[in-house]
Write a protein that binds this ligand. Structure first.
Ligand SMILES: *Cc1c(COP(=O)(O)O)cnc(C)c1O
Ligand SMILES: [Zn+2]
Length: 403
């Protein structure tokens, strides 16, 4: 079932790893691995995994049909209001419309298929929210036993979307980066395939976002920037890899610049980028409302830095800016998590401070739905007054007239 011609290559030193073994990071330098770039063409199909199947030589279409919950094909929404407010053209790729309300599903499907192809019956992940829910859902669908490792400080509201699918929730008292590392090490010995944040096959799944954006560009004209909320770095790697594969296939000539956005309270990639150094440093006490991008030791951080040298830049925004941006988006009818709102906060900062950033075309990846992080809404609403009007049936007419 595994295509033995395909190769798993280190993103840093280039070392080749056997494809039929469960390698996730380089044996020599411990940097992330990636599936060798392929060339192909886009096919004529409504189904994402058929349309881009040339770029997934290893995928077994039967497993896709069995396990897909309908990932992808998300809309790109133009916001007239935000465009006006920010003095740029703002397009929003609404990833909240995936099966478990975040883009993670695109990568989880491919990760689960990889685990099955390697013969695993148990899978796992390390997460605080969206990925846990996603892996739980696909684990349930595939009939696999699923272990979700979280830190003990996980807020209660994040537990329900995980346990509802029937996975094993395990609290681990350790730093996030250590749990990531140990899970891969122990998982291999214990026969559990951990589909973590930047697993090479998860990243393959994220490529579909890049393909969809490229198709959008071919119909609507070039973008200047793709703005990506960045935690581990897996998402950015996947979108960019799609563009690189399309370019070497001769299907696109230009690649938009990428802006990796982090939260100031946990911004190892943005810090390293600003300092101009090649390696990230672990953040000791991460603190931000944007939990989904708060990865204190991003496993693909160095690789993102390598890629940004040619393809873009990284920056960080404050929690206050994120909450304001979340409010701005909700006024356009789009309710996202703080991590996703960081994209708008970044454009706002750029368009305020730098004359280079006017009349440009930005596309923001709105990575996850707001309804999953209710606590952030409470914070967001503190920024302005709101109240619930009370009335009875006699007064209802008068009350409604005042609306
Ligand atoms: C996971 C996640 C991100 C960041 O993705 P990485 O691949 O870890 O960089 C951004 N936003 C949301 C909502 C997420 O769930
Ligand atoms: Zn290596």
């Amino acid at each position: 079932m595994i295509n033995m011609n395909m190769r798993l290559i280190c993103t840093s030193c280039g070392k080749d790893h056997p494809i039929d073994e469960p390698h996730q990071r380089c044996e020599d330098c411990n940097e992330p691995l990636e599936v060798e770039h392929v060339r192909g063409k886009i096919k004529d199909s409504e189904i994402v995994w058929e349309r881009y199947s040339d770029f997934y030589s290893f995928i077994n279409q039967k497993l896709i049909n069995e396990l897909s919950l309908g990932e992808g094909n998300t809309p790109v929404v133009f916001s007239k209001r935000l465009s006006h407010e920010l003095g740029n053209e703002i397009y929003l790729k609404d990833e909240t419309q995936n099966p478990t309300w975040s883009f993670k599903d695109r990568g989880t499907l491919i990760g689960v298929i990889r685990a099955i192809q390697l013969g695993y019956q148990r899978i796992g992940t390390v997460s605080t929210g969206n990925m846990a829910a996603s892996v739980s859902a696909y684990g349930a669908r595939a009939g696999l036993k699923t272990a979700i490792l979280v830190r003990p400080d996980i807020p209660e509201e994040k537990i329900y979307p995980i346990v509802v699918y029937g996975s094993n929730l395990i609290e681990v008292e350790a730093k996030f980066g250590m749990i990531y590392r140990k899970s891969l090490e122990i998982g291999k010995k214990a026969g559990i395939y951990f589909i973590n944040s930047d697993d090479p096959f998860r990243v393959e799944g994220y490529k579909t976002i890049g393909f969809e954006i490229a198709e959008w560009i071919s119909k609507n004209g070039n973008l200047d920037y793709v703005v990506v909320p960045t935690g581990s770095g897996g998402l950015l790697r996947g979108i960019l890899k799609a563009f690189l594969e399309l370019k070497s296939s001769g299907l696109v000539s230009e690649i938009p610049k990428f802006i990796a956005v982090q939260a100031e309270g946990c911004s190892p990639i943005a810090k390293a980028y600003e300092k101009g150094v090649d390696y990230i440093e672990e953040v000791e006490e991460p603190k931000t409302i944007a939990g989904a991008i708060a990865d204190p030791l991003p496993p693909s951080g160095n690789e993102v830095l390598r890629k940004l040298k040619k393809h873009g830049m990284a920056m960080a925004v404050s929690d206050r800016e994120i909450l304001e941006a979340q409010r701005m988006l909700s006024k356009s009818g789009i309710f996202v998590q703080p991590a996703s709102a960081a994209t708008i906060a970044a454009i706002r900062r750029l368009s305020d401070g730098y004359t280079d950033y006017t009349d440009k075309r930005f596309l923001c990846i709105l990575t996850g739905a707001g309804i999953k992080v209710v606590s952030a809404v409470k914070e967001m609403l503190k920024l302005e007054s709101f109240n619930i009007q009370k009335t009875d049936l006699e007064e209802l007419k008068t009350t409604l007239e005042s609306v």
